[in-house]
Design a protein around this ligand. Structure first.
Ligand code: MGD
Ligand code: MGD
Ligand code: MO
Length: 778
């Protein structure tokens, strides 16, 4: 395996000229039009609109260009001049389109008309909005509410999300899975259990007051690039930044600020991570146990000199469970820790020593911790480490999950959840005069199981690309068509619109950058960022088509066509004035949303508060809880000869299933996504040549055949025993049953696979991936 000190040579740092080229390469002239530049200029500013990409903070003291390469891509993607019209659908059958790549589908541009699937001609045909609502409503009235699933991807505004959840509950179910079920659900469950608040405790200013940051499995440079600015400032201040990641991610190594003329001209780059450890995927529990072991040892030494490393006052007053955890740590040997983590004791101790010496520490993490069968333990142990020195609930400290979609955290805040206990149902009942369902609904994995078993009869997708994002895609797609009704609300065409139930609708909506004029005038919407700050967002662009409706309007359309009239539920008034929806939100959640309509324009957003930050622990014990892990490996399955841990990864040129292009600039992979990354020693052991085309087959021991073909072998710096390849192309290899226990987040970062050293299908009878990924010009 490569030594932990090895570096991979890239052409340049993250940011810099590469990021500017990254934008113009894809959008060419569109990028330079005055309207597009004007729109970008308003991005993430007070009275502007909030980026449709990630959920990073929108600071009060903003930069002139408060957007990043990927935020600009996401905005321009929505502003594209291309249109996917009824003519397009007349030319192509749905079966034909199923062979297209994700890239080619979204390249068709914005959807313009409501469409209904016509089975006889196997085509989408245009329809009337009223007609669509009428049929959807009458079907829903016939179906058992418990058999209907209302999915949402984390983009929909607080206003839309609140109404969508209300509609599902008025209709009679809590089947409200969302994209966070595949993402930071581990966070929502683990942090709730151990510190009593299911979101991060860090706020933006803490980044300016910390002495050390620990990064576990979060790829800042690609996925939250605006974070690079405070990170660069921190690095310049001398903050120790210690990273654990199997992949040497460029953005965590070096950064040139594309918004600094001096840095751009001189090519000056800032080193970001002071230590970089290429942990084995699934090895973080072992790392964290090792770090804690070092902290206990350092504390033993300090005691001999009458000092302490542990924050004893904090531990006594605020935590429970230290004894059992400490005993477990002391009983765990360095041999086990080294084996499971793939790192040396020396390196883990070096990282832990930074922790011992720092007064204020922030813990940052992403999918590298959450998407494992023992993701819960990953997150809980990270909290353990922070608790040892009172690093939660003080300025400049805390735990900071970096959330994904721009409003994924906010959706949960306003009621999108399958867990009724997270929603003030009594207030709902009073506010809207009905008896809300009290039974637990389905999350993403349960919805998939329900579709496979036939229990789910109808699926609504409020945005997103569900069939592409979930595990076991091939099995899921086959089951999909047995549903009675499928309805997708979207801006662009994607794979999920091409697998249809008996009755299927594709309904186009306005995007966040677009003007939304209703009875009372232009409407704003709002969202919540990863630091629990809530902002208004005002779209100004002319909508992509006159036939588009807003998401609020579409949800109200479903509801009016389905539910009996209720004088307390005033869909038409709400659509006419979104301020009235915010009044309803404030009534349901008064502590967090009082004065919502006024406060939403506070520069930097308004903070909705976090009890754990105040050291109020809303846990079972009333204290912050140490967790004692049962295992050192997060994978949840045994190693075996020839079995690899596959990391499914995002490139710098995609937003989830939206593929902007075929350039993973920061990893030096160009022109294709059909690659298999593997380290040179492993290549040799497996007798593989660079450029050879191979297949991956699933190795989950559950009797299900899984395979993906046509992957080109690329030597890459990775730990032994693991492979890297792109999400979503690899999703057919992920078993639905492989998910974190308590949260059911699918285990996308350690998928058990074998390499088949040819591209032949062998006994796998069907080609599982659409062909033709490999040949796109850059
Ligand atoms: N440009 C862009 N921005 C995005 C997105 C996008 O697709 N494109 N997606 C958005 C969404 S929805 C989300 S949730 C976030 C996702 O953002 P991240 O949380 O950064 O998610 P990933 O890129 O999937 O993986 C994160 C990192 O985990 C590492 N990793 C894998 N396995 C392990 C492990 O076992 N241990 C450790 N320590 N590290 C591991 C990977 O190498 C990778 O660098 O980004 C959001 N922002
Ligand atoms: N193997 C593997 N699988 C994963 C992951 C992984 O790391 N590895 N990551 C998981 C994660 S973190 C997530 S969040 C999920 C993502 O799952 P989703 O959120 O379901 O997927 P997206 O790709 O973000 O959805 C893209 C689609 O959203 C639609 N869209 C865009 N903007 C709007 C809008 O304003 N309104 C509406 N109605 N529609 C819009 C467009 O039609 C676009 O095609 O995937 C998960 N799946
Ligand atoms: Mo996500």
């Amino acid at each position: 395996m490569p030594s932990e000190e090895d570096t991979v040579h890239y052409e340049g740092p993250s940011g810099g000229w590469g990021s500017v080229r990254g934008i113009s390469r894809i959008f060419g002239k569109e990028w330079a039009t005055p309207l597009a530049t004007e729109t970008l200029f308003r991005q993430n500013k007070p009275k502007g609109f909030m980026c449709v990409s990630c959920s990073w903070a929108k600071p009060a003291n903003y930069h002139p260009f408060e957007f990043c390469e990927n935020g600009a891509k996401a905005t321009l993607w929505e502003l594209t001049t291309r249109r996917c019209t009824p003519d397009f659908f007349a030319k192509h059958t749905v079966t034909e389109l199923r062979d297209w790549t994700d890239y080619d589908l979204e390249q068709q541009g914005r959807l313009t008309h409501p469409m209904r699937y016509d089975r006889a001609s196997d085509r989408y045909v245009p329809c009337d909005w009223d007609e669509a609502f009428r049929e959807i409503g009458s079907e829903l009235r016939r179906l058992d509410p418990k058999s209907v699933v209302f999915y949402s991807s984390g983009r929909a505004s607080l206003e839309t999300s609140y109404l969508y959840a209300l509609f599902a509950r008025l209709y009679g179910c809590n089947n409200l899975p969302d994209s966070s079920n595949m993402c930071h659900e581990t966070t929502s469950v683990a942090l709730k259990k151990v510190i009593g608040a299911g979101v991060g405790t860090v706020v933006f200013d803490d980044l300016q007051n910390c002495d050390a940051m620990f990064f576990f499995g979060q790829n800042t440079g690609s996925n939250s690039p605006r974070f690079l600015h405070p990170l660069q400032e921190a690095a310049k201040r001398g903050v120790q930044i210690v990273t654990f990641n199997p992949v040497r991610e460029r953005g965590l190594e070096f950064f040139t600020n594309p918004q600094s003329p001096v840095e751009m001209l001189t090519g000056k780059e800032t080193r970001i991570s002071t230590q970089y450890h290429q942990v084995r995927p699934g090895g973080d529990i072992a790392v964290l146990m090792g770090m804690c072991k070092h902290v206990f040892t350092a504390d033993d030494d300090a005691r001999e000199h009458g000092r302490r490393v542990l924050d004893i006052d904090f531990i006594e007053q605020h935590t429970s469970g230290l004894e059992a955890f400490e005993a477990k740590v002391r009983a765990t040997s360095w041999e086990e820790i080294e084996r499971e983590s793939g790192l040396s004791r020396k390196n883990i101790e070096a990282a832990a020593q930074v922790y011992v010496e720092a007064d204020r520490v922030i813990g940052i993490y992403g999918m590298g911790l959450t998407q494992h069968m023992h993701g819960f333990e990953n997150v809980a142990l990270f909290v353990n480490l922070l608790l040892l020195k009172g690093n939660i609930g003080r300025d400049g400290t805390g735990i900071s999950p970096v959330r994904g979609h721009s409003n994924v955290q906010g959706q949960r805040t306003v009621g999108i959840t399958e867990k009724p206990e997270l929603v003030p149902l009594d207030r709902y009942a009073k506010q809207f005069g009905f008896a809300p369902p009290r039974d637990t609904g389905m999350n993403t994995v349960e919805a998939c199981e329900g579709i496979l078993s036939g229990k789910v009869r109808s699926f609504f997708g409020l945005g997103g690309n569900f069939v592409r994002a979930i595990p076991d895609r091939d099995r899921m797609e086959k089951a999909w068509t047995t549903m009675r009704l499928t309805v997708q609300v979207a801006t662009k065409l994607n794979r999920s619109h091409l697998v249809n139930g008996e009755i299927a609708y594709l309904l186009p909506c306005r995007g966040r950058t677009e003007e939304d004029v209703q009875a009372s005038g232009p409407q704003a919407v709002s969202m919540e960022d990863t630091f629990s700050c809530i902002y208004g967002s005002l779209g100004r662009r002319t909508p992509a088509s006159e036939h588009l409706k807003s998401e609020v309007d579409i949800v109200a359309g479903f509801a009016k066509a389905t539910l009996a009239p209720n004088p307390k539920v005033r869909w038409d008034d709400w659509v006419g004035d979104y301020g009235l929806i915010r009044d309803q939100i404030a009534e349901t959640y008064p502590e967090q949303f009082h004065g919502f309509n006024e406060r939403m324009w506070t520069p930097g957003g308004f903070y909705r508060g976090n009890s754990a930050r105040e050291r109020i622990w809303k846990t079972e014990s009333g204290k912050a809880e140490f967790t004692t892990p049962e295992t050192l490996s997060a994978t949840g399955w045994p190693d075996a000869p020839g079995r690899y841990r596959l990391i499914t990864m995002r490139s710098n040129d995609q937003f989830n299933t939206t593929i902007y292009g075929y350039s993973d600039r920061m990893r030096g992979i160009e022109g294709t996504r059909d690659v298999l990354l593997i380290n040179p020693q492993e290549m040799q052991r497996a007798n593989l040549q660079e450029g050879q085309v191979v297949s991956l087959v699933g190795d989950a021991e559950d009797g299900v055949e899984r395979a993906v073909f046509g992957l080109k072998v690329v030597p890459f710096s990775l730990p032994d025993g693991c492979l890297g390849a792109y999400y979503p192309e690899m999703n057919p290899l992920m078993p639905l049953s492989h998910h974190d226990g308590p949260s059911k987040t699918p285990a996308a970062k350690s998928v058990p696979v074998r390499i088949r050293a040819s591209d032949e299908r062998g006994d796998v009878t069907e080609r599982l991936e659409p062909p033709g990924h490999a040949t796109h010009p850059v």
